[in-house]
Design a protein around this ligand. Structure first.
Ligand code: PLP
Length: 442
């Protein structure tokens, strides 16, 4: 083992302020991983942990895929960094070409960012710029949705709908409104795939928001096709289609935040393709590089791109960018990732195994405390209602799963699951059996 292997837990845990983590509690009872391969993490003391969440909805091709590792190694030795502000390097262009070939029809340009949060802020700014260039600069308001997560930038936080994440940060962007979320357990609990009830009515709430604000003042609506971080909320039948219709009627851009649903999670390259509804802008990140190097991006449809490109030449068509836009290591990792997805047929694999996944997660319906199970593609959530005056068991169940060798996250009252797309039937059974025994051990 060489000096850089980082295989032992550090002596002091003080300096590192961990994100979205109750630091003091965590540091009293820390959990470490120091290696990973395929479907597994490995702890410093050598325990294998089955990864049921693809790291954090990222590692769709499995951990440390040799092709991706090698591509990063090679690029690091060849070109470590180059600014994308007025300077090109081949890998970023090559990746943009490959990615847009795989994207839905009519999405022929991509703007690179360094994360999902940056992708979201980029998309929101693109929407405002789109309208300003068309002479409708008064369209500055944005519509998000309750129980949505769009990262942590001021733009993404403004359209997101998780009160606890907003409460310390003031009014955020002015003029944002929120659609109701679509979680309706009274009518849709234990739906397999897309829930049957409420889609049209939930979407029609947009018409109310638009009329209350005046349609000519709104720039865009942003939604996750499936809300991931707030508990895998699957869009009811007809919902996204109706949002699209309403946006068209009032000339609003529709943005899909596909940071979770992109790159095969729903059995097609993007969720828009799997669900058959086309937005104007698609945000992506995470599975783009299989989680191996930070990267995000916004796919831009031809209509929006043409408007921006029609401006006079000689000035930047979009006054925006990041030091790490199109970073060489990210581009190399993303290119290798795309090759792996294609050569190993992983998106089709996700589609093929989704039925087995659905049956397996729904087999947990009889576990005491489980009040809802939701799934689509290789996503699922198991919701635990409060029991006998005690809070939901989700967090404790997730902790026990880790002790039993399976990594699962709790989001509010739900366990959220998103295994790498290479998950086997045996591993699906292991995940479900572990959840059952962790829940029964409570
Ligand atoms: C839908 C969605 N959008 C945006 C983000 C933010 O991505 P990042 O953490 O890379 O900034 C996430 C992260 O989980 C996400 O799930």
């Amino acid at each position: 083992m060489n000096d850089l292997a980082f295989d032992t837990a550090p002596n002091s845990l003080e300096a590192y302020w961990m994100p979205f983590t109750p630091n003091r509690a965590w540091k009293r009872d820390p959990r470490f991983v120091s290696r990973a391969q395929g479907m597994h993490y490995v702890t410093p003391d050598g325990r294998q942990i089955l990864d049921a969440i693809a790291g954090l909805w990222c590692v769709n091709a499995g951990h440390c895929h040799p092709r991706i590792v090698e591509a990063i190694r090679q690029q690091a030795g060849q070109l470590d960094y180059a600014s994308s502000f007025g300077l090109g390097h081949p890998a970023a262009f090559e990746y943009a070409n490959r990615l847009t070939e795989m994207a839905p029809e009519g999405f022929n340009r991509v703007f690179f960012a360094g994360s999902g949060s940056e992708a979201v802020d980029t998309a929101l700014k693109l929407a405002l710029a789109h309208h300003a260039i068309r002479g409708e600069g008064q369209r500055v308001k944005l519509v998000g949705r309750q129980r949505s997560y769009h990262g942590v930038g001021f733009g993404g936080l403004s359209v997101a709908g998780i009160g606890a994440q907003r409460k310390h940060y003031g009014p955020l962007l002015p003029g944002t409104s929120h659609l109701p979320h679509t979680h309706d357990p009274a009518r849709n609990a234990f739906s397999r795939g897309r829930p049957e009830h409420g889609g049209i009515a939930f979407a029609e709430a947009l018409e109310g928001i638009i009329q209350a604000q005046d349609p000519s003042t709104i720039a865009a609506v942003i939604v996750e096709p499936v809300a991931g971080s707030t508990g895998v909320l699957v869009p009811p039948v007809g919902y996204l289609e109706r949002l699209r219709e309403i946006c068209d009627r009032h000339n609003l851009l529709l943005i899909f935040d596909e940071v979770v649903t992109g790159f095969g999670r729903l059995g097609a390259p993007f969720g828009s393709q799997a669900l058959g509804v086309m937005p104007d802008l698609i945000c992506c990140a995470k599975g783009m590089t299989n989680g191996a190097v930070p990267m995000g991006g916004v796919l831009v449809n031809d209509r929006v791109a043409a408007g921006l490109m029609a401006q006079p030449e000689g000035v930047a068509e979009f006054m925006h960018g990041y030091t790490y836009s199109g970073h060489p290591l990210a581009a190399a990792a993303a290119l290798a990732t795309l090759q792996v997805y294609q050569e190993e047929g992983l998106f089709q694999r996700a589609a093929d195994i989704a039925g087995t996944w659905e049956d397996a997660v729904h087999s947990l319906r009889d576990v005491p405390g489980v009040t809802d199970i939701r799934n689509l593609g290789l996503l699922a959530a198991i919701e635990f209602g409060p029991q006998e005056g005690k809070p939901s068991a989700a967090r404790a169940v997730a902790a026990r799963c880790f002790d039993k060798g399976v990594l699962i996250r709790a989001a509010g009252d739900s366990l959220v699951l998103s295994p790498p797309l290479i998950v086997s039937t045996d591993q699906i059974n292991e995940i479900v059996d572990t959840i059952r025994s962790a829940a029964l051990a409570g």
